[in-house]
Design a protein around this ligand. Structure first.
Ligand SMILES: C[C@@](CO)(OP(=O)(O)O)[C@H](O)COP(=O)(O)OP(=O)(O)OC[C@H]1O[C@@H](n2ccc(N)nc2=O)[C@H](O)[C@@H]1O
Ligand SMILES: Nc1ncnc2c1ncn2[C@@H]1O[C@H](COP(=O)(O)OP(=O)(O)O)[C@@H](O)[C@H]1O
Length: 280
C-alpha cells in the first residue's frame, strides 16, 4: 500500500460535565462522544523524499504545529519503510469549533501512517501516542462512540441511536484552554449515577461561553426554536438533533447568512475506521 484517503470525522459531545480540576491543570470530565459522517479529508502518499509535507492546511498553522505533522512524527521511531509522506488536507471542520477537527486529523494520521509505514502498532498503542497530542485524540483512534471519563481518554463504548444533526458554527473561535482556565467555569458537577438519562445532563461550559461570546447564545436561541439543541465541547459550534436528514436540511435552508452550518448523521463507528477496513 502506498496511498490512503480517509475522513477525519467530527465529534459531538452530547453532554459535557466538568467534575473537578486535577493538580496538572487538566479537568476531570464526563462526556458522551458520538461521530458524524462529515469531516476533513486526508490523503496520504508515500514519497521518495524523506520529509513530511502537508498541503491544504490553514495558513495560520505552521507546519511543525500542525497536529497532522505531530502525529506522523510520533510514528517515526516505529517505521519499517524509509520513505516520507506527502499529505493533502481538505479542511471542512471549523477550527476551535468543539467538533474536534485537529484531534480527528491527528487520529486519522496515526491510523493511516501506521499502515503506510508498516509500524504494526495496535489500537492501544496508537491511543497512548494520541493522548500525548490531545485529550480528545484517543476516542478518534478507537473509533467507537463512547462514554468518557478522566480527561476524556477513559472510554466505555456505547451504542447510541443514530440521528441527524444540524451543526452551526457561529463564526467565533473559542480557545479550549481559555475556557478551562476561566475562574467562572463550574467544576463541581457530581459523577452520574448508574441508570442516568441524557435528560439529566448538560454542557457545563455552555453558560460561560454564551456569556463570553453572545453569538453562541444567539445561535442556540435560534436552533432551540426548531429542535433540542446544545453546544459541543467548549464551543463555539452548537447542534440540533432531528429524526431525519430532511428535517435538519429544512432548518439549514433558513440559516442566517453570517453563520455556517452543515447537516450530518451520527455514527457509532468512526467513518475513518469503516474506510480503513475497506482500503485494507
Ligand atoms: C473539551 C473537549 C471535550 O471533548 O473538547 P473541545 O471543545 O476542545 O473540542 C476536549 O476534552 C478537549 O480536548 P483537546 O482539544 O484534545 O484538549 P487538549 O489539546 O489536550 O487541551 C487543550 C486545553 O484544554 C485543557 N483541558 C483539556 C481537556 C481536559 N480534560 N481538561 C483540560 O483542562 C488543557 O489544559 C489545555 O489547556
Ligand atoms: N490539523 C489541524 N486542524 C485544526 N486545528 C489544528 C490542527 N493542527 C493544529 N491545530 C490547532 O488546534 C486548535 C484546536 O483545533 P480544533 O481541534 O479544530 O478545535 P476544537 O478542539 O475546539 O474542536 C486550533 O485552533 C489550531 O491552532
Amino acid at each position: 500500500m502506498t496511498e490512503l484517503t480517509l475522513l477525519a470525522p467530527a465529534k459531538l459531545n452530547l453532554f459535557l460535565h466538568v467534575n473537578g480540576r486535577r493538580d496538572d491543570g487538566y479537568h476531570e470530565l464526563e462526556t458522551l462522544f458520538t461521530f458524524l459522517n462529515y469531516g476533513d479529508t486526508l490523503h496520504f502518499a508515500l514519497c521518495e523524499q524523506d520529509h513530511i509535507s502537508i498541503s491544504g492546511a490553514p495558513a495560520d498553522i505552521p507546519l511543525h504545529d500542525n497536529l497532522i505533522y505531530k502525529a506522523a512524527q510520533k510514528l517515526i521511531p516505529y517505521r519499517k519503510i524509509q520513505q516520507g509522506l506527502d499529505i493533502q488536507l481538505v479542511k471542512r471542520l471549523p477550527m476551535g469549533g468543539g467538533v474536534g477537527g485537529g484531534s480527528s486529523d491527528a487520529a486519522t494520521t496515526l491510523l493511516a501512517v501506521n499502515k503506510l509505514w508498516q509500524c504494526g502498532l495496535n489500537i492501544n498503542q496508537l491511543a497512548a501516542l494520541g493522548v500525548t497530542l490531545g485529550a480528545d485524540v484517543p476516542v478518534f483512534v478507537r473509533g467507537l462512540s463512547a462514554h468518557a471519563q478522566g480527561i476524556g481518554e477513559q472510554l466505555k463504548p456505547v451504542k447510541l441511536p443514530e440521528k441527524a444533526y444540524l451543526v452551526v458554527s457561529p463564526g467565533v473561535h473559542v480557545s479550549t484552554a481559555a475556557i478551562f482556565t476561566h475562574p467562572d467555569l463550574p467544576r463541581t458537577t457530581p459523577k452520574l449515577k448508574s441508570g442516568w438519562q441524557l435528560s439529566e445532563t448538560r454542557n457545563d461550559c455552555e453558560m460561560l461561553v454564551k456569556k463570553l461570546y453572545p453569538e453562541v447564545e444567539k445561535t442556540l436561541l435560534w436552533l432551540l426554536k426548531y429542535a433540542p439543541s446544545k453546544m459541543t465541547g467548549t464551543g463555539a459550534c452548537c447542534f440540533a438533533e432531528f429524526d431525519s436528514v430532511a428535517a435538519a436540511e429544512r432548518v439549514l435552508q433558513q440559516l442566517p447568512a453570517n453563520w455556517q452550518g452543515f447537516v450530518a448523521t451520527s455514527a457509532n463507528r468512526s467513518p475513518a475506521h469503516t474506510q480503513l477496513d475497506v482500503a485494507l
